[in-house]
Design a protein around this ligand. Structure first.
Ligand code: NAD
Length: 312
């Protein structure tokens, strides 16, 4: 395992599921960890200090160093407080893993304003706010002459990049997080910060809500849905040696990690003057004689080396 000795990490939503595994893995690699978790329900209601504190206890019991944060990542001032907590306690911040999330699934036609706003707030603003304050901290250090090797690791989803029915709010936020990753990578490169994102797959309360009970395989058989499968990538990207890898989105399923292609140039309709709509329509029908539509999440996940939990 690469050594993260002397580095300070924040993992948001680290009281449960995938974030908990990231926090444990980063601590095992030697990082001091701020374990952030608001402790709410899957729908983002209520608060509870227990999940974050119990992960801190686990890290400390294993000989590591950690402190809890109960800040709400979707609150701009609370996100600043969380970054400040790392700086006050450990003197610096090196690694920010944005992972906190909630779910309020509904078909678009029935979705309420609250269901839309809450999910966009926790995921999208919940990525922007901590990254914004961490970036200010890193800019200050870079301007003072320090050579940084800092990291932001975001959490997208197959739902956003491939498109999952019933998750217009969640998928839109997750697609936006992939876009945010590319822009933040370009903006923060000058300070020595890399920004990447993960599209994970794991058995947690979140997937059990969507896909039902997902029993683990029998003892001794590799479990592709173990949330701990997501964390070696976070540790690898956090290592100094990964300084050249930025702006990428990694799909992870068990032992398969697929570095996804971003939106890429495709079918080109070109002429040296403005198109006439009639002529363009004829060309579109000719070029897409069978029609054209998204392949859907199940097909795309299989192409990327995984499978949908719906059929798995
Ligand atoms: N499990 C999967 O297969 C899967 C697939 C794709 C994406 N993801 C993403 O991975 C991340 C982790 O999900 P998980 O499956 O471990 O779910 P989880 O519900 O087990 O963990 C999410 C944690 O985030 C915390 N949280 C929620 N809102 C918060 C807020 N405003 N501030 C601070 N903490 C908050 C929750 O209390 C919870 O402990 C999420 O971003 C999720 O969307 C998961």
């Amino acid at each position: 395992m690469p050594s993260l000795e002397g580095k300070v990490a924040i993992v948001t939503g680290a009281g449960r599921g995938i974030g908990r595994e990231h926090a444990l893995a980063l601590a095992q690699a030697g990082a001091q960890v701020v374990v952030n978790d608001l402790g709410g329900s899957l729908a983002g209601e209520g608060t509870d200090a227990t999940p974050a504190q119990s992960v801190v206890n686990e890290i400390v019991a294993g000989g590591g160093e950690a402190v809890a944060s109960y800040d709400d990542v979707s609150d701009f001032a609370a996100a600043e407080h969380m970054i400040q907590r790392a700086v006050d306690r450990y003197g610096r911040l090196d690694i920010l893993v944005n992972n906190a999330g909630i779910l309020r699934d509904r078909m678009l036609v029935n979705m309420t304003e609250d269901e839309w706003d809450a999910v966009i707030a926790v995921h999208l603003k919940g990525h922007f706010a901590p990254t914004r304050h961490a970036a200010a901290h890193w800019r200050e250090r870079a301007k003072a002459g320090e050579t940084l090797r800092a990291r932001v690791i975001n959490t997208s989803s197959p739902s956003g990049i491939f498109g999952n029915v019933g998750q217009a709010n969640y998928g839109a936020a997750k697609a936006a997080i992939a876009g945010f990753t590319v822009i933040a990578a370009q903006e923060l490169q000058r300070y020595g910060v890399t920004v990447n994102c993960i599209a994970p797959n794991a058995r947690t309360r979140m997937t059990e809500e969507t896909f039902g009970d997902l029993p683990p395989p029998e003892e001794g058989v590799f479990d592709p849905l173990d949330p701990a499968n997501m964390s070696p990538l976070v540790v690898a990207l956090a290592a100094d040696e990964a300084q050249g890898i930025t702006g990428q989105c990694f799909f992870v399923w068990g032992g398969s990690i697929n570095v996804l292609r971003p939106w890429d140039a495709g079918e080109l309709f070109a002429k040296d003057e403005r198109w006439d709509a009639d002529e363009l329509l004829t060309q579109l029908k000719e070029r897409f004689s069978e029609g054209v539509a998204p392949d859907g999440m199940v097909a795309m996940m299989s192409k990327a080396g995984g499978q949908s939990m719906r059929v798995g």
